[in-house]
Design a protein around this ligand. Structure first.
Ligand SMILES: O=C[C@H](O)[C@H](O)[C@H](O)COP(=O)(O)O
Length: 264
């Protein structure tokens, strides 16, 4: 088996394990992430549906055009977040659980997302979920963000503001929060289309390299303050569990390190 096949197999194993644990027949509203690992999440959902093991009224909230297409192709029912009824606690977190991929995950399960430019909708859906579960292959599993992922932090920006936002992001100074003396931002270019990537929301994406990120919540908050920034691809403190598939066929499941310590 080639290396790409082994990585796909690892992603599939993680996705299947997460679905098996979290998508029980009592789950009524499911958030479906975006990316190559989520393809396997939906493959498993289709199997469970065919076996009659899903809630008969299950609806799936997509996080992108791709995610919506996968849901429909698998015979599952898509639902818009705004159309879901409010829950009792007033927080409007009507989604039981969301399963999504990631570009990198640190020891506390802070996550970099947006390699597929879907992080705005992904974060909105994650925030409306009672649990966010991450799936990926073991190359995503890092101690500190920036240890492995070299693609930078995706930042969705309004097209009219991309140059000013880029300049302001590159001037961010947060002593101790990240490795580089100054962040470096690049406008993401499209493949097989001239010009920049345009997101599902009609915006552009800056990929911002910070080096290793020691304080993800501080970086996330600071970048969000730049005018024109729509969403930052750092998800701090949102994920409760991550599943990583290894090329040897084994799977690892992790919870945030601080929570694991409390249970020791
Ligand atoms: O924008 C895309 C998403 O955040 C993806 O979930 C992330 O890039 C991971 O994708 P993949 O499973 O393809 O590595």
């Amino acid at each position: 088996m080639g290396s790409a096949d082994l990585v796909a197999q690892a992603k599939r194993a993680a996705a299947f394990a997460a679905v098996n644990k979290h998508v029980t027949p009592d789950v009524r509203v499911l958030g479906v992430g975006t990316g190559s690992t989520v393809v396997f999440v939906v493959e498993r959902l289709a199997e469970l549906r065919a076996q009659g093991q899903l809630h008969p009224e299950l609806v799936c909230v997509p996080t992108s055009f791709q995610s919506s297409q996968l849901i429909v192709a698998a015979g599952l029912r898509p639902a818009e977040l705004n159309d879901l009824p409010a829950d009792g606690d007033g927080l409007h977190a009507p989604i039981d659980v969301t399963i999504d991929g990631a570009d990198e995950v640190d020891a506390e399960l802070n996550v970099i997302k947006g390699g597929g430019a879907a992080h705005l909708r992904e974060k909105v859906v994650a925030a409306a979920s009672r649990a966010l579960v991450i799936v990926g292959d073991s190359t995503k599993d890092a101690r500190v963000l920036g240890d492995k992922w070299a693609g930078g932090v995706p930042v969705e920006v309004a097209p009219l503001a991309w140059r000013t936002a880029k300049a302001q992001i590159e001037r961010i100074a947060l002593p101790g929060a990240f490795e580089l003396a100054a962040p470096a931002a690049t406008l993401r270019q499209a493949v097989r289309k001239a010009g920049p990537v345009v997101t599902d929301n009609g915006n552009f994406v800056l990929d911002v390299c910070f080096g290793r990120i020691h304080d993800p919540p501080a970086v996330e908050r600071r970048v969000m303050m730049v005018p024109g920034v729509v969403e930052v691809g750092i998800f701090s403190g949102m994920a409760c569990e991550a599943w990583f598939g290894n090329e040897d066929g084994t799977i690892a499941c992790r919870i945030p390190q601080s929570m694991a310590k409390k249970h020791e």
